[in-house]
Design a protein around this ligand. Structure first.
Ligand SMILES: CC(C)(COP(=O)(O)OP(=O)(O)OC[C@H]1O[C@@H](n2cnc3c(N)ncnc32)[C@H](O)[C@@H]1OP(=O)(O)O)[C@@H](O)C(=O)NCCC(=O)NCCS
Length: 248
């Protein structure tokens, strides 16, 4: 699940983050398959045995830095952080792109929502990614309808880089839009995660100097995906947001 480069357990705002135990996974499985949770995932209902096995067999995987989030002794959620290769041309040294990125995901027990836990969890795993693992870029994805989720991404400073128009099938809503967010290492503020976790959402926007895009604003989407030389590869990356993988 991780490497000696990463310190566990670790604090992130009100949370303790640490690798999962079997008991933690049982606690997660109490709410993981509830409709208000499955509604926001491509991989909706999980088989409990397969879910446990995926987490517990990942213990020795140096590409996986996923963690359970604990507050006041309760398991309140979990986050996934999985290393991935960056995009790049096929000739030249493959080491340039190998495992230079990570995909971030998070899930909070509905009974503990609205307390800043997902925000603290995302920040804690960004800190792991940039300050301990040393990746150059972190990405995350969600359905556009999942406002609470992309608000979390923007609160931690991630940038909306892709808006997929009706690119995702949703059993209840039909074809809906999807977003991909990203943050580069040199945009991350080293050592600031714990400090920022203690700030209110409004305060931290001012302190970070960021201006998150809200529902009623047009985001800066960065480069036009159509400009990319490898639209197929780019799409593959966009569709690979951690929130859309089987790991959650
Ligand atoms: C979406 C989800 C991750 C949000 O988790 P959360 O812990 O409720 O998120 P936060 O508490 O950090 O933020 C939620 C809201 O609470 C507010 N909030 C309340 N107390 C807060 C505090 N102490 N500190 C910071 N924010 C606080 C935030 O401002 C935010 O408001 P906003 O959505 O208007 O911006 C969670 O509801 C969830 O797991 N849902 C089901 C699965 C899912 O959708 N996962 C993501 C898939 S892409």
């Amino acid at each position: 699940m991780t490497t000696p480069d990463v310190r566990w357990p670790r604090a992130s705002g009100p949370l303790e983050l640490r690798p999962a135990t079997a008991a933690d996974l049982d606690a997660v499985l109490v709410w993981r398959n509830r409709p208000e949770v499955t509604r926001w995932f491509i991989n909706t209902v999980v088989d409990p045995d397969a879910f446990r096995a995926r987490w517990l067999t990942a213990v020795d995987d140096p590409k996986d830095h996923s963690a359970i989030a604990v507050a006041g002794g309760d398991v309140v959620g979990f986050g996934t952080l999985e290393l991935d290769d960056g995009l790049g041309q096929t000739h030249g040294d493959p080491a340039n792109t190998r495992l230079v990125e990570a995909q971030l995901g998070y899930m909070i027990d509905p009974a503990h929502a609205g307390r800043g836990y997902a925000t603290a969890l995302a920040r804690g795993l960004l800190e792991v990614a940039f300050e301990e693992v040393g990746v150059r870029r972190v990405t995350a994805g969600c359905f556009a309808e999942n406002t609470a989720s992309w608000h979390v991404m923007e609160r931690v400073g991630m940038r909306r880089e892709q808006h997929g128009v009706r690119d995702s099938w949703h059993a209840e809503l039909g074809w809906i839009d999807g977003y991909t967010y990203a943050l580069l290492a040199d945009e991350w503020m080293p050592g600031a995660a714990a400090d920022r976790c203690s700030a209110s959402a409004g305060d931290e926007r001012i302190r970070d100097g960021t201006s998150p895009v809200r529902d009623d604003e047009e985001p800066d989407r960065g480069a036009d995906p159509g400009d990319h030389d490898d639209p197929e590869g780019r799409d593959r990356k966009h569709r690979g947001g951690a929130l859309f993988t089987s790991r959650t």
